[in-house]
Write a protein that binds this ligand. Sequence first.
Ligand SMILES: [Zn+2]
Length: 362
Amino acid sequence: MLNTRYLPISYTRQEKNNVLYINENKKRRVIKISSIKKIIVGVRHTVKIAVILIIAIVLILGIIKLTFKQTYSVSLNGEVIGYTQDKVALQKRINDYINKGNGDNIAFVELKEMPEYEACLLKNNIQTNDDEIFSKVTSSGTNYYKYYAITEENEEKAYVKDFAEAESVVNQLKEKKSTNADNLGIVEKYSTEQAEYKTAETCVNELYKEKKVVVAKASIPKASYTGPSVATSLGISLVKPVSGVITSRFGTRSLGNHTGIDIGAPKGTAIKAAASGTVIFSGYGSNTNGYNNYGNVVAIKSNSSVTMLYAHCSALYVKTGQQVSQGQVIGAVGSTGRSTGNHLHFEIKVNGKSVNPQNYIY
Ligand SMILES: [Zn+2]
């Protein structure tokens, strides 16, 4: 086509000039035209193939798109647990949960293994299951539950479940002007187990401290006394000087205040030192030595504040100034001095004041 259209134009011009020249010229042009034609035909062919290929690819992609969707398979510990279309969003949701818990009492979750994602084509009729994957992954971990310790001078004293509860305990103690109010604190704690915690009310009652310091009376319950020796708040452990029945207790009685206890025992029964110490008096009591009515008496000082008296003895085996050890026989039971029968009058004085020996022994 190009050929026939071109030739007449050249020919018209050639008629006015030399024919030979025209022919040559025509020949050259024909050669030129045929090479362009070849190129054009080649290009056309290539374009055709490309178009066919593109159409084919589009068709294949279309078919794939209609049948499959682009997803990620999710595996946990090597086992496929589901499919997701948005692995970034799913992993973010999992990360948030393991780092921050459920916003309630789970503080965080410790996972042994993170899920793994792999790109895959999933048939359109198979559902992705982000919620299920999320719950499988999070439930595979260990939950750390939150609770709160109320501290006093940095020492944990009580535990509650909520921060608000802990705060209320501290505020209530401040309002009540508890003496420890300024040293209270709250510490967040974690545990893998959920426990029963105390109520705010119980904690307030337990932690409340009044301004007045009440000193608990030191006493050993009788039931706890089983052996020959017992630790007492005197700072000394005592042994019974004589085994026997208490015939008169410490305190008031018809004849006046009784400053010790009387233990009935036959004359001559060995009297043992209840505790070790220094004999500060051994002899017959009178007004001049301050032991009037005690008869034969031994006084032993066991430490800077505690002295014990053993009175109405029939015999004395130690001398003033002597050191005695606990359990050492220091005298014998008798009825000397103001006494109506054989017994040991046993007395304990703390800083010069008589105390009830039954608080410590018998
Ligand atoms: Zn007595």
